[in-house]
Design a protein. Structure first.
Lengths: 343, 200
């Protein structure tokens, strides 16, 4: 009993500690990459080539004073960042990093993920309300409406994945994509519209550019976290980046074959057999993480009514149509993806 | 261990449920209701009903209560006026509450509860059929008519909700996205070639 608890605790540490380091260096990568896109150098003062910049930022945030607005609801004001980061970290429990490398291999993994990601909105809403500030409340309302709208499209995209794989278990979903045709055998080919919709909805769910009206600087200062400073603000920041990495990991698992080698089943497979499975997983995740940054550097912010129109009137009907198409593909056992799917 | 977890969540559940009806601020009441749902989901997880537990979190906590909070947050409720009628309605409220309690006891009764009627469930074997698969099989075979009925009721509610807010004609000026999408660069910008003029 005791040994088991220690083992579970060690597993959680082994997931969360690298995640925190990844968040720190993801912010560094973001500043560098956007710098290069805008023909600047980016942070280069702290440490060689600015490598210690995220650590300096973290230290600065830790020692900053936390200011509680006088008329704010103190209890909810402090609990909001915790409600924001808890689901962002809890969702990582069911992510398989390689075959069998998962903290909790539960059968309802996909549903658990949907439930956890839908809880993240509470941190934003409560922060906006408890701050007792009009900008914060406006940001919270925008964010809540946006997350509720895109969650439906996201859920339907996941329904497509679970129809294709016939399972809610994330490891089983990855195994179902090992069709022997390398990267063409993964679900991004038959589920291409759902793949695009899932990733775009993921960008909208995490309130990132071009969907970042919740913190649109030009209109409502910084949105829901305008009254936060110091460590409380840092926790919101951590939650946002942990969620971005989570979306990248999920897109990898569900559409890009997770830890599977892109050459699996082809003549090149033997040459790359020495690569550990986790390498492929991280390589694909990095691709999506860079896409997040590329979007932010390239696209102007969406107008609010355009965001709502895209979510409700474009994505949701598209996903429903593709679910019907997918049903036909499964019933006809379209090779190679659904050759062995029950249906 | 399981008992400890059960009593922990049960205590939180009862505390949160009581706070829902005792706190003055409606936002706090809604948040306590969220906490109550969450503790209930944890108790269902202990009963190995993982699909129902996660669906409770996903639907009620993740969607319904978010919209609820959304509305409640916008209300500007004066706490003093809410608590004003408390003593006035106390006697009639107590009477109605007592009546409902009596009716519930008469219908449900105590013989459905207790360890004799509800023995502790035996845990399923690790390789048993998945809860979700079982539920899906039952839902689409044995309970297919109630399932379809529920779907039709939801559809009617959805159509009614849309019909209630639909305006036949809009008087305000608004943007037509379908027109915006088909716009070409030539419609907005014309390149004109002009000969250079000499300064006089």
């Amino acid at each position: 009993m005791f040994l088991e608890s220690v083992l579970i605790f060690a597993k959680i540490i082994a997931v969360v500690a690298p995640l925190m380091i990844a968040v720190a260096y993801y912010t560094y990568a973001e500043r560098k990459l956007i710098g290069y896109v805008q023909i600047r150098i980016g942070p280069n003062r702290v440490g060689p080539r600015g490598w210690l910049q995220p650590i300096a930022d973290a230290l600065k945030l830790m020692f900053k004073e936390i200011i509680l607005p006088t008329k704010a609801n103190r209890y909810l004001f402090i609990i909001a960042p915790m409600l924001s980061i808890a689901p962002a970290l809890a969702a990582w429990a069911v992510i398989p990093f390689a075959d069998g490398w998962v903290v909790a291999d539960i059968n309802a993994g996909l549903l658990y993920l949907l439930a956890m990601t839908s809880l993240g909105v509470y941190g934003v809403i409560i922060a906006g309300w408890a701050s007792n500030s009009k900008y914060a409340l406006l940001g919270a309302l925008r964010s809540a409406a946006q997350i509720v709208a895109y969650e439906i499209a996201m859920g339907f995209a996941l329904v497509g994945v679970l129809m294709a794989a016939g399972s809610l278990n994330l490891s089983a979903i990855v195994h179902a994509q090992a069709t022997g045709y390398g990267f063409l055998g993964w679900y991004w080919v038959p589920l291409f519209p759902l793949f695009l919709i899932y990733f775009i909805s993921g960008v909208a769910e995490t309130n990132r550019a071009p969907f970042d009206v919740a913190e649109g600087e030009s209109e409502i200062v910084a949105g829901f976290h305008v009254e936060y400073s110091g460590m409380l603000f840092a926790v919101f920041f951590l939650a946002e980046y942990a969620n971005m990495i989570l979306i990248a990991a999920l897109t990898t698992l569900m559409f890009m074959g997770g830890w599977l080698s892109p050459f699996q089943g082809t003549g090149l497979e033997a040459y790359f057999a020495w690569m550990p499975q986790i390498f492929w997983f991280f390589a694909k995740m990095t691709l999506f993480l860079l896409l997040f940054l590329w979007f932010r550097a390239t696209f102007p912010r969406y107008r609010y009514d355009q965001i709502m129109r895209l979510g409700w009137k474009v994505f949701i009907p598209l996903t429903i149509v593709w679910l019907v198409v997918l049903g036909v593909m499964i019933l006809t056992h379209l090779s190679p993806w659904f050759a062995s799917t029950a249906g | 261990m399981v008992q400890f977890i059960f009593y922990l969540f049960a205590t939180v559940l009862i505390f949160a449920a009581v706070r829902v009806i005792t706190v003055k601020n409606p936002v706090h009441a809604a948040l306590h209701l969220v906490l109550a749902f969450f503790s209930m989901a944890a108790i269902w997880l202990l009963l190995e009903a993982e699909f129902l537990a996660i669906a409770l979190v996903l639907v009620y906590v993740g969607a319904v209560m978010v919209l609820f909070l959304f509305v409640v947050m916008m209300l500007d409720i004066n706490v003093a006026t809410v608590s004003e009628g408390f003593t006035r309605y106390l006697s009639s409220g107590f009477l109605v509450g007592l009546l409902i309690l009596l009716e519930m006891v008469a219908v449900v009764g105590s013989h459905h509860f207790g360890l004799k009627a509800m023995p502790a469930p035996t845990p399923m074997a690790a390789d048993a059929v998945v809860n979700t698969v079982l539920l899906g099989n039952v839902l689409y075979t044995e309970y297919v008519y109630p399932f379809e009925l529920a779907a039709i009721i939801l559809l009617v509610a959805m159509v009614a909700a849309i019909a209630l807010v639909m305006r036949p004609k809009r008087w305000s000026k608004y943007v037509k996205p379908e027109d915006q999408v088909v716009v070409k660069a030539q419609d907005r910008l014309t390149m004109v070639k002009m000969t250079a003029e000499k300064e006089s």
